[in-house]
Write a protein that binds this ligand. Structure first.
Ligand SMILES: [Zn+2]
Length: 300
């Protein structure tokens, strides 16, 4: 009751939702000292949802990944209904693409949910933050699913091996990140270890894939290695924005609503996922146009 009266008397203005400056918001919303204005705070869930249409410093963070969710939902339907049948794909192709794009959708939805509801209370903010971080890891691990399936298409033993490893990594990630102690400082090292494992793991199947196809000069490697490199460059660029808080660090208060580091991080993540989806389709097309040789199948 106290909280509710607080919302109606102090926090809400006549024509909508009040916005606060950095110094006035609760400590759990003070994650970025270079964003000075445009904060929402103390909102009940219904007003959090209403704030979707209020121009705050979270508006672009919410919408970039909400739109991202609908893009990947559309691609999931389109791939299953149009693209995969075009190549006379099997049920396994449908499963691979559905899992892959569902991971992206999960990532987008958790992120949009976090930015939408973080202004409710500390408890809700932490719960959604756990989901947001879990979503990032699941989205990253989702990238491995079609990549491993089509890259090791002719090496079924290794294909199964890497798919099992990726599935285990996903389960461990979800278990760890939804654990109540995940966000505590005591788990800082485990958090770092998990992120390094999720990102760094990719080097192992990529190196193995190059070796199995005969080295760097093999046509398939020459065609697809640059696509992997672009993905890593996009990932590093996104992480640089995330970690350095650039550009707001250089001009505090000037990019509160448009152009802040977190918005760049969001947009680059969507671009990276779209790039990987596009590359996955080319790899699938390549596999259907170039059937496995007996030699490849035997050596797996
Ligand atoms: Zn975010």
């Amino acid at each position: 009751m106290d909280e509710l009266s607080q919302y109606t008397s102090h926090e809400l203005k006549k024509r909508g939702i009040a916005l606060y400056s950095y110094v006035d918001v609760p400590h759990f919303l003070k994650g970025n000292p270079f964003i000075l204005t445009g904060y929402r705070a103390h909102l009940p869930p219904s007003l959090c949802i209403k704030s979707l249409f209020v121009w705050s410093n979270e508006t672009l963070n919410i919408w970039t990944h909400l739109i991202g969710f609908f893009i990947f939902l559309f691609l999931c339907i389109y791939d299953n209904v149009v693209i995969i049948p075009r190549y006379e794909g099997t049920w396994v192709d449908h499963v691979m693409y559905s899992v892959f794009l569902t991971c992206f959708e999960f990532c987008m939805l958790c992120s949009a949910g976090y930015h939408l509801f973080c202004c409710h209370s500390e408890k809700v903010c932490k719960w959604w933050l756990s989901l947001d971080l879990a979503g990032i890891s699941v989205g990253l691990l989702g990238c491995y699913v079609p990549a491993v399936y089509y890259a090791f298409y002719c090496f079924t033993g290794w294909q199964n091996f890497y798919l099992i490893v990726v599935s285990c990594l996903m389960l461990v990630t979800l278990f760890m990140q939804l654990h109540p102690r995940y966000l505590t400082s005591r788990w800082a090292l485990r958090r770092l270890a998990l992120l390094c494992t999720v990102v760094g793991f990719g080097i192992i199947p990529v190196t193995h894939w190059i070796y199995l196809h005969g080295g760097y000069t093999a046509p398939i490697v020459l065609e697809f290695l640059p696509k992997v490199a672009v993905m890593y460059v996009l990932g590093i660029l996104a992480l640089l924005f995330y970690a350095t808080k650039f550009p707001e660090r250089c001009c505090p208060g000037k990019v509160d609503y448009i152009g802040s580091s977190h918005q760049w991080w969001h947009v680059i993540v969507v671009i990276a996922f779209l790039w990987w989806h596009h590359s996955g389709l080319i790899l699938m097309e390549h596999r259907y146009n170039n059937p496995c040789t007996v030699q490849q199948t035997v050596s797996s």
